[in-house]
Design a binder for this molecule. Structure first.
Ligand code: CA
Length: 368
């Protein structure tokens, strides 16, 4: 009894101290939650993936489940797959307009709306996943991303990371840059501009259409993600060679989108629950991809006889050279493009210097 009484007293003291320490805004938020009737919400989350698609489609489900539990049922979120409410490539518009309150996709899909958005997924021969996420969280990336999406009435947050992707599925060998001439390849983001410079024909296409398009010759080659997702789409059945590495996507950041007006109208605790659930779902995806890509690559090669090929060094050097030029062109698009480019390049220069004596040095050392 004494113990409980002591704890209760301690609890009251702690609460009093917290209230004293809080600013008036936070105090108001705390008292709102305590005194107002608990409003419940039912929100829609539209995604750029088939419903329950492994990895990419799992993150929004994890997010929705966590939000419902953490909010004690005050926020229920229904997750829609590609085409169930809107098509994959309409997610940005749907959340911007408030047709759905939340979206999950990847920023480079919206290059038609805002080409600068490509900075926030992955750039060809750019920063890897760990570098990207640290730039967003600690290097000023998030603030720039917020600024870019503000005119669209959207708030973006990282929504998972694929890690370094694979180079893609081809039905002919790729030995030099000439092999890209006339090649119709599904590839997203800034790598499209690189492919164009090589005389190739980049195609924008959601994952759900890849198998049939490759099978019927609508496209000659495609990339999607890594072994886990590529296995799920069955791409090994319609292509001869599986190339690596994914020079065009060295660690793609996925994206949660929130309708800004509706998000900001939520009580402060629900906003924080959403942010925390997004962070948890994001980390979960990153780890899931590493674990399941490992197993899936073994299955592709061991059970399905997939032929792995590494892109030749000469080709990588040439693609890197073209990619750096294409990245720098983004700086000339707009004042915000110049700002994001400067921040990205500055962070990249510094983090690469550190990683050359940490990540890269270790990777080299363990292969000796
Ligand atoms: Ca990809």
């Amino acid at each position: 009894m004494l113990g409980i009484k002591y704890l209760k007293t301690l609890g009251l003291i702690t609460t009093a101290l917290i209230l004293q320490a809080c600013g008036s805004e936070e105090q108001a938020a705390v008292s709102d939650v305590a005194t107002q009737p608990q409003q419940t919400y039912e929100w829609k989350l539209v995604t750029a993936w088939p419903k329950n698609f492994p990895g990419l489609g799992n993150a929004p489900e994890v997010f929705a489940e966590k939000v419902e539990i953490m909010s004690a049922g005050r926020m229920k979120i229904r997750v829609y797959g590609d085409g169930e409410l809107v098509p994959a490539l309409e997610v940005f518009n749907a959340v911007s307009a408030g047709t759905a309150e939340i979206g999950h996709g990847a920023a480079y899909y919206w290059k038609g709306k805002a080409p600068e958005a490509q900075f926030f997924t992955a750039l060809p021969f750019g920063m890897n996943g760990r570098e990207m996420e640290s730039w967003i969280q600690y290097g000023g990336g998030q603030e720039l991303w917020d600024e870019l999406y503000e005119p669209f009435n959207l708030i973006p947050l990282p929504g998972g990371n694929t890690g370094v992707q694979m180079g893609g599925w081809f039905n002919k060998e790729i030995n030099s840059k000439e092999d890209f001439q006339g090649l119709k390849m599904r590839i997203p983001g800034l790598a499209q501009d690189v492919l164009t410079q090589l005389g190739g024909v980049p195609v924008n296409m959601p994952g759900s259409e890849l198998f049939t398009s490759l099978q019927t010759g609508v496209i000659d080659a495609t990339e999607f993600n890594g072994p886990y997702n590529d296995l799920a789409f069955g791409l090994w059945e319609v292509a001869d060679y599986y190339y690596y590495p994914g020079w065009h996507e060295p660690g793609s950041v996925m994206e949660f989108l929130f309708n800004k007006e509706q998000f900001e109208a939520l009580p402060a605790d629900l906003q924080e629950i959403m942010r925390t659930a997004a962070e948890a779902a994001s980390l979960d995806m990153t780890n899931e991809f590493t674990a399941r890509n490992t197993i899936s690559l073994q299955e592709l090669v061991g059970n399905h006889g997939v032929e792995l090929r590494e892109f030749p060094d000469d080709l990588m050097i040439e693609l890197n050279r073209i990619s750096q030029g294409v990245i720098d062109e983004l700086a000339d698009l707009s004042p915000i493009g110049a700002k994001i480019h400067a921040s990205y390049r500055d962070y990249e220069t510094n983090v690469k210097e550190f990683h050359s004596v940490s990540e890269e040095a270790y990777t080299r050392a363990r292969k000796l």
